[in-house]
Design a protein around this ligand. Sequence first.
Ligand code: FE
Length: 214
Amino acid sequence: MNSKAFYSLSYGVYIVSTWDNGRPTGCTANCAAQITSNPATVMVSINKDNFTNSCIRDCGYFAISVLSETSDPSIIGTFGFRSGKDFDKFSQVSYAIKDKMPVLEDCCAYIACKVIDTMDTSTHTVFLGEVIGADTVQNATPMTYSYYHNVIKGKTAKNSPTYQADENEPQVSANKYVCPVCNYVYDGNTPFEELPDDWVCPICGAPKKVFQKR
Ligand code: FE
């Protein structure tokens, strides 16, 4: 099997949100799709190790905020590289309650769903949701997963359904600085050493001081 073939599939970048006993929580996801139009249903695939997975099971509802090319990339790190179990991710972003679900303001559209079925796989739960509300939020181009990789230089979290270990190992030439949390490789015009001390990883928010020279 040539797993490079999987790179031919197209994905977006989403924040899948739900409620944890009245507190909003969620995670970054790249695997979501519309399954039927009438009634409208969509699916998302969420790792069983993600706190969001158990929250969706308990709550019975989820929402998908569709990130755009202009969305702040740090949202992906806030929701993708930390656990909502002990960290209030929504305290880091602007959001609104739409169709009774927490939805990011910095996105191009949202879709709110009631869970009507689930499918267990080895590592992920596929949640099938009947759409209870949806709307556009900002007039912007949806972020594709290839845009996230090629333009933002983001990496795939280990919990993603599309994670491949070799792809995530950064291909770094000498003297590049790498984020140990999300594997982001700094390649800005300003030499890394000259960045201000309060500079943080644009993907996951890790502080400058933890970056490692390769
Ligand atoms: Fe990072």
